[in-house]
Design a protein around this ligand. Structure first.
Ligand SMILES: Cc1ncc(COP(=O)(O)O)c(C=O)c1O
Length: 402
């Protein structure tokens, strides 16, 4: 690859065939949905090429024929520090950064390290399934603070939050929140920090969607808020969602609290997870050093897709309603009225309707916890033309006689 010009316009309408690349989204369709011809709008990666700066850096690395064990270089740490400062006005120290092979593995190691069987772990449902699964994985008690779904967006049920926090050892905050698309505001984050500090609860904050926030919303790193509140917290982040490089298994934790950092480092060592991914390190450095112009164009394209699909559901009385998400490429579709209209008696029938009648592959809401009943999650990280075809198929299925 030749070195790409910086700031060139990106064509997010270009359709790239992904079949036969062993990608989950396309190549696992038959296993997941029982048929391989559904339009895949599920697992949270995007159908867009990674930025040229990342591809160029990877091509250079691949050209060297030895792919042995890799170290996390000074450049890796500096790229993270500069990115957090530039994008989120957050000054993190070099010592606070702990490289990770992924956020989900780290969340599991942390729950294992920080809890005893029977301890309470609080999550806000509906929530990303591997977060919902965490307490169960480690014989902890699942405490659910169900979000209040309103037409303006999901809100925190504060009396319930305070009650549950009192029973919890760890709280896992998803910020911005997958799947409801909320970008938590300063007053909400401040109140969470205060309550957790008061109850001495450790907060694990998953900020992997933080770079994909739409104007006028603004992501506020939780650790920046809690710094004054003396809360113990660990932030988890990665360039994986931002730059569509999830297959490179490279993430990091930001932990200013020395004792918590030692616990994480020890857990990683004990699990043999300290070695870096030779391509992941290269990709993170390139993305964080040079990917900002691409990201700014991506956010415009995603916002356009979001508005098109949300407006479509608002204008067509299908029985599907959706709140405009404040971040990321996931829409949380309320299908309860559709279920009534099409005589779909339960969530299995709803999922079946999407697969068999509309030929669309979405995530069923129930996998995000019981408040997800009657919902489906739609991934809009693809060319708009794909979404238009999907909406046509859905429209036809809804208007068909049976
Ligand atoms: C909130 C959230 N956390 C974590 C992940 C995945 O992180 P990783 O691939 O680093 O384990 C996702 C992917 O969808 C996500 O939405």
């Amino acid at each position: 690859m030749t070195n790409p010009p910086i700031n060139q316009p990106v064509d997010f309408e270009h359709f790239i065939t992904r079949e036969h690349t062993d990608c989950v989204k396309y190549d696992a369709r038959a296993a997941r949905f029982g048929r391989a011809d559904v339009i895949p709008l599920w697992v949270a990666d995007m159908d867009f090429a990674a930025p040229d700066c990342v591809r160029h850096a990877l091509a250079e690395r691949v050209a060297h024929p030895i792919y042995g064990y890799s170290i996390y270089t000074d450049e890796f740490f500096t790229a993270i520090i500069n990115w957090q400062q530039a994008r989120h006005s957050w000054q993190v120290s070099r010592e606070a950064i702990v490289p990770l092979p992924g956020i989900v593995p780290a969340l599991n190691l942390l729950i294992q390290a920080l809890t005893q069987p029977g301890d309470g772990v609080l999550v806000q449902t509906p929530v990303y399934p591997p977060i919902h699964q965490l307490p169960l994985n480690h014989s902890c008690v699942l405490l659910e603070n169900a979000l209040i779904q309103t037409p303006q967006g999901a809100l925190i049920d504060w009396p319930d939050f305070e009650e549950k926090i009192a029973q919890a050892r760890v709280f896992v905050l998803c910020s911005p929140h997958n799947p409801v698309g909320r970008v938590w505001q300063l007053d909400e984050l401040t109140r969470i920090a205060e309550v957790c500090a008061r109850q001495n609860v450790i907060v694990l904050v998953d900020e992997v969607h933080a770079d994909l926030v739409f104007s006028p919303h603004r992501h506020i790193p939780f650790a920046r808020v809690m710094a004054a509140k003396n809360t113990r917290c660990i932030t988890l982040n990665a360039p994986s969602k931002t730059f569509n490089i999830a297959g490179l298994n490279t993430a990091y934790a930001l932990v200013e609290h020395p004792a918590l950092r030692d616990q994480l480092t020890h857990a990683l060592q004990a699990a043999g997870l300290t070695s870096g991914h030779c391509f992941g390190i290269t990709a993170l450095i390139a993305a964080y050093q040079k990917g900002a112009p691409w990201l700014d164009q991506l956010r415009v394209a995603l916002q356009h897709n979001r508005d098109f699909v949300v407006d479509y559901f608002n204008q067509n009385n299908h029985g599907i309603s959706v709140v405009r998400p404040e971040a990321s490429f996931l829409l949380w579709l309320d299908c309860n009225a559709l279920m009534a209209r099409k005589n779909l008696p339960n969530d299995a029938a709803l999922a079946d309707f999407f697969i068999q009648k509309a030929k669309l592959g979405l995530n069923p809401g129930l996998s995000f916890g019981t408040p997800g009943a009657g919902f489906m999650r739609l991934n809009i990280g693809c060319p708009l033309s794909v979404l238009k075809t999907a909406l046509n198929q859905l429209n036809q299925a809804i208007n068909a006689d049976n």
